[in-house]
Design a protein around this ligand. Structure first.
Ligand SMILES: [Zn+2]
Length: 620
């Protein structure tokens, strides 16, 4: 075999490994054959092969005075990547192409030490004559992605993953068995990790276009003939100041025999100076036009966050032993009384859990959304004369499944649940249930005051923490919550809570993954909603045809998470008029359309305070 031939073969092999993750392969045996075949090719040090040891490679020729990029930093104490030098303004489209190719490689290198959290939530679709495509069932993946040479991931949901895969194997046609490899959905973080260059691609300038506040140059990208399978085919948007790719839209091509690639729309945000960081990926397949013989239809949202988390917890377990929480918080110099000791102990557990979930990339740091949540909790407390020894705190769980739980005096509510709640009264209802647990002293989790119980790897968080109450406590908390609500400013709006519960019940049998909780009690079990059942009959009947009846919202409409530092804030969107029942999309996945802006261009996004009174109301 000629050197050129073997290089080419090696490249095809390398690509085929990626295909394995993304594509729908017919048979495992064929796949295994490919993997075995790639062994004899003794990885020649081809000139265009990226060496594994990236830090030794200079960032590029044009920045001699720059210090090496952040990849040279040790894995722990990571600093934000050094921004690339500002290039002279290009004068031709040809120069623009050179610049964004160079910057794409710079981004890949700058992020190669990162292990962000990746979540994919997928809804399979079926056609409903009134509502259009609606979810028939759903799937959920959560993991940490290593963005180094071989993009790899560790899953938080190991057991479920396995059972889900076996269910897929049993329930679906064999053709689609590798379809939901979780890695497949995060594949389009880059156009082409190894060969994004002029040798493999043609770039054709299309036009200028604004994405949000950012003016972009739009290019169509097509793989050159014989450049191998699984190359990017589609369109990219390149911002016109730093010349970085901010959006990719398309698929991979050509697909190997008997397989297919997803279509994806991948968005990046300018979260750190000089770089646009992969943040959201939307995937969709399916044709619902008359006569279409689609065998597969789904919508999926992939969110990436936690770029600034420390690398795996395993490497630095010892730093997690906490000795600082047993501080002297009582004004007296005497020993704590038994009751005081009990409270300090519970607070210690609470602090440990909150800190551990935050460092594991599952909780947002305290911020903007918490002020709204705390206002609602405070409204319930004041009107019910609830006086607790310590204030109630709230935190946002960054994940999509609909979930609340409490540990000590901290109430945790998931981003997905805040998203779908139609109004402040419904938010108050789900928070009231957790407040009731706190008031009734249903304190769980004091065992986490023992610090050894915080020593586990991030991806085993769900195996190590849990805050599920026994059914009797659930019932008591629901009863108490309804009492609180009836005394509160939300007493006149409980019809909306009833409507939300009805909407949830209507979709619950098809949204098992969205309703599967990982730390707290589920809102529904086996397709039946059991949370706050006393309010479930409250209010008018659910009527999809009534356009002014908004019982639940789509996912993703309220809470915006900064993928770099995990800060959560409320989205301020103007309400969009609903013109048909199909616009309601309760609990559904939709495409992403973030308003792009350059970092620093938006004067302090966290500056504008929001209040519960004027914010969670867009639905009504
Ligand atoms: Zn509960």
């Amino acid at each position: 075999m000629t050197k050129n031939g073997s290089q080419k073969l090696e490249k095809v092999m390398r690509t085929s490994k990626w295909i394995f993750a993304v594509a729908l392969l017919t048979a495992m045996s064929a796949a295994a054959q490919q993997a075995a075949d790639s062994q004899p090719v003794a990885q020649p040090a081809a000139p265009d092969t990226k060496p594994t040891a990236q830090p030794t490679q200079p960032a590029d020729q044009s920045q001699p005075a720059q210090q090496p990029p952040a990849t040279a930093q040790p894995a722990q104490a990571q600093q934000a990547p050094v921004p690339p030098p500002v290039a002279a303004a290009p004068t031709t489209m040809d120069q623009v192409v050179n610049l964004f190719i160079e910057h794409e490689h710079g981004l890949i290198k700058a992020l190669s030490t990162r292990t962000p959290v990746v979540e994919t939530y997928l809804q399979n679709l079926t056609a409903d004559p009134q509502l259009g495509p609606v979810p028939s069932e759903d799937h959920y993946f959560l993991g940490r992605m290593d963005m180094g040479e071989n993009i790899d991931r560790k899953d938080y949901l190991k057991e479920q993953e396995k059972s889900m895969q076996s269910r897929l194997l049993g329930g679906f046609q064999k053709l689609y068995k590798v379809q939901y490899q979780p890695l497949g959905f995060s594949w389009m973080i880059y156009a082409d990790r190894t060969d994004f260059d002029r040798e493999h691609y043609d770039f054709r300038y299309v036009r200028r276009e604004f994405l949000g506040d950012v003016r972009c140059l739009v290019f169509d990208v097509t793989p050159k003939k014989k450049s191998g399978t699984g190359r990017f085919l589609g369109r990219i948007w390149v911002e016109d100041q730093g010349f970085n790719i901010v959006r990719l839209n398309g698929t991979y091509y050509p697909a190997p025999r008997n397989s297919d690639f997803f279509h994806m729309d991948s968005w990046r945000l300018n979260l750190i100076p000089g770089y646009w960081v992969p943040s959201f990926i939307y995937s969709e397949e399916g044709d619902f036009s008359a006569g279409a013989k689609n065998r597969i239809a789904f919508k999926a949202q992939t969110r990436i966050w936690g770029y600034d988390l420390k690398k795996g917890a395993k490497d630095d377990e010892l730093t997690q032993i906490r000795v600082d929480s047993v501080t002297d918080e009582t004004p007296t110099t005497q020993d704590a009384s038994p009751l005081q000791a009990e409270r300090v102990w519970q607070q210690q557990a609470e602090d440990n859990v909150v800190e551990r979930l935050t460092s594991g990339g599952l909780l947002a740091p305290e911020g903007d959304v918490d002020r709204i949540l705390q206002t609602v909790v405070n409204n319930l407390q004041v009107t019910n004369n609830i006086d607790l020894p310590r204030p109630v705190r709230t935190r946002v769980l960054l994940t999509s499944p609909l979930e609340t739980f409490s540990v000590g005096n901290t109430i945790v509510i998931s981003r997905g649940l805040v998203d779908v709640l139609p109004d402040e009264a419904s938010l108050a209802a789900v928070l009231a249930h957790e407040l009731a647990h706190i008031v009734l002293g249903h304190n769980l989790g004091s065992k986490y005051a023992f610090n050894d119980r915080m020593l586990f790897s991030d991806d085993s968080t769900y195996q190590n923490l849990g805050f599920r109450h026994i059914p009797e406590e659930e019932e008591a908390a629901d009863k108490k919550a309804v009492e609180f609500l009836k005394n509160s400013p939300y007493a006149q709006k409980l019809d909306n809570v009833g409507l939300f519960l009805k909407a949830l019940q209507q979709r619950a049998p098809n949204l098992n993954a969205l309703l599967t909780t990982h730390l707290g009690n589920p809102l529904a079990t086996n397709g039946t909603v059991n949370r706050l059942s006393a309010l479930a009959t409250q209010g008018p009947a659910l009527d999809n045809a009534k356009l002014d009846q908004i019982a639940a919202l789509p996912l993703g409409g309220r809470v915006k998470v900064n993928p770099w530092d995990d800060k959560a804030e409320m989205v301020k969107t103007a309400p969009v008029a609903i013109t048909s029942a199909r616009d309601k999309m309760p609990f559904e996945v939709t495409p992403f359309f973030p308003r792009l802006a350059r970092i620093g261009a938006n004067a302090a996004p966290a500056a504008a305070p929001t209040t519960a009174a004027n914010n969670p109301n867009t639905g009504n």
